[in-house]
Design a protein around this ligand. Structure first.
Ligand code: TYD
Ligand code: MG
Length: 442
């Protein structure tokens, strides 16, 4: 272990030196300060420590479910999403819900004036109790106000508008976002105030901002959805106090966000059987299955570079599946434009959707609709093999509930709901061959 270091260049050496062998400076050897004994820590017996914190219910049912029953006092929740996703709306509903139980809420709005916020609240027809609001962008002012007011829940909309005057950078820069969040987290822990920090992300989610905060907060919630569609998904990607695979489903209506009990029906409302390039995939969002329609369009390219456009599906996943179909099935898309999307503006991140996407691509390429009332589940490996995925039974039950009678599933799937026909396929080629047989039989 080195115990001396040069105060000029940082060179370290196990022995004292008069002249630094590295930079040649004299008398720069310094000994690191000795670690002093600190205070002894108070220990608790883990088994005797209560592990179920009391929670503040937000009375927005879908939100409470995702949080694991409500917000824990002193916890900091980061709520992020694209502009227009409905973050401010959800935060207003949350404050109204908290106020309904006689708790206090304080909103710091750096983006909107109190009048604008009041206008939104009117639309929601929410009972606002005595929710207080201030428009401010100054971190010290926010902390002093929160210290004096001691609200049960403090909402900051948004963290990118706050500024700590100790730093030169402008609001929204990585340094400001990080420092302001750190100060707020420290305040939350010291005072027991629960906080919701709202943050924007851009479409690709790459802008440094809220993402850099994920490790300092207790809970990270993402609100997803397309502005052109009503459906919104609220997903927990981190939760120190509850489940983190839970998903809340809302519909944005003219009077705010409403919980959706049966998202599958809502998503399949406009779907007709017999459409070319369409396949239904029973997705699994947290504890609830949700049927999604995967669509593909293949058309002759007008020249130039053929286009590959994926909406709601990762671009790389599409490229991979096209590669697999081309290599193991000789299904070539060479000069075709290929578009894929998920109806309803939902993003699918599960590899379990691979098989459905392959069937949709095959259908689009050959202008042949899938047999009616068919779903497909399965991850497709690089060799075209179909792999098992989680929750197959639950997915099939949901598909059956909505009237589907045929399912392409990974090998080893045994239990099917009564009246549902299973095709266990171990390779994407087997699925396509089976499909052709079914098509000729129909
Ligand atoms: P908003 O909550 O302001 O989004 P964010 O804070 O994430 O940027 O609202 C987003 C959109 O939702 C806005 O374009 C208007 C619409 N909206 C409704 O459709 N119904 C409503 O009741 C409200 C309040 C907003
Ligand atoms: Mg907003």
């Amino acid at each position: 272990m080195s115990s001396f270091s040069c105060s000029s260049c940082g060179h370290s050496s196990p022995r004292w030196f008069g002249r630094c062998p590295e930079c040649g400076a004299w008398s720069t050897a310094t000994e690191p300060p000795q670690q002093r004994a600190g205070e002894r820590l108070d220990l608790s017996v883990l088994a005797a420590t209560t592990a179920t914190p009391e929670r503040i219910r937000t009375n927005v049912d879908e939100l409470d479910r995702v949080l694991g029953g409500g917000i824990v006092p002193g916890a900091v929740v980061l709520l992020f999403g694209d502009p227009g996703a409905g973050k401010s709306t959800l935060a207003t509903q949350l404050m109204a819900g908290v106020a309904r139980d006689g708790r206090s809420a304080l909103l710091i709005s750096g983006e909107e004036s109190p009048q604008q916020v009041a206008l939104r609240a009117q639309r929601l027809d929410a009972d606002l109790g005595d929710i207080r609001i201030a428009s401010s962008r100054s971190l010290p002012a926010v902390i002093s106000t929160a210290t004096a007011e001691r609200p049960d829940v403090l909402v900051v909309d948004s963290i990118q508008t706050l500024e700590d005057p100790r730093f030169d950078q402008s609001a929204g820069s990585v340094v400001q976002v990080r420092e302001c969040a750190a100060a707020l987290v420290a305040h939350a822990k010291a005072s027991g105030t629960s906080m919701v920090l709202i943050g924007h992300v851009t479409k690709d989610g790459t802008v440094a901002g809220p993402r850099t905060l994920e490790h300092v907060v207790d809970v990270v919630l993402g609100l997803e959805g397309d502005r052109d569609h009503a459906l919104r998904l609220l997903r927990a990607t981190k939760n120190r106090f509850g489940p983190c695979d839970e998903t809340g489903v809302f519909a944005m209506r003219k009077d705010g966000l409403h919980g959706v009990a049966d998202p599958s029906s809502m998503l399949l409302e406009d779907r007709c059987d017999g459409v070319i390039g369409s396949c239904v995939f029973p997705g699994s969002q947290g504890s609830r299955p949700m049927l999604l329609e995967v669509q593909a369009l293949v058309s002759r390219s007008e020249g130039g570079q053929p286009r590959r456009v994926a909406m709601g599906i990762e671009q790389r996943r599409l490229a991979l599946l096209l590669g697999i179909l081309s290599k193991s099935m000789r299904l070539k898309f060479g000069t075709d434009d290929v578009f894929v999307s998920v109806a309803g503006g939902i993003a699918v991140r599960e590899p379990a959707a691979d098989l459905a996407l392959c069937l949709a691509l095959h259908s689009a390429k050959h202008d042949l609709a899938l047999p009616p009332k068919t779903v497909a589940i399965g991850e497709v490996g690089l060799g075209g093999e179909v792999r098992r995925v989680t929750n197959v039974e639950r997915r099939l039950t949901e598909a059956h509930r909505l009237g589907f009678v045929r399912a392409f599933v990974p090998p080893g799937t045994e239990r099917a709901p009564r009246g549902m026909r299973l095709h266990c396929v171990d390779h994407v080629g087997a699925a396509l061959a089976r499909l052709e047989r079914v098509e000729t039989a129909v």
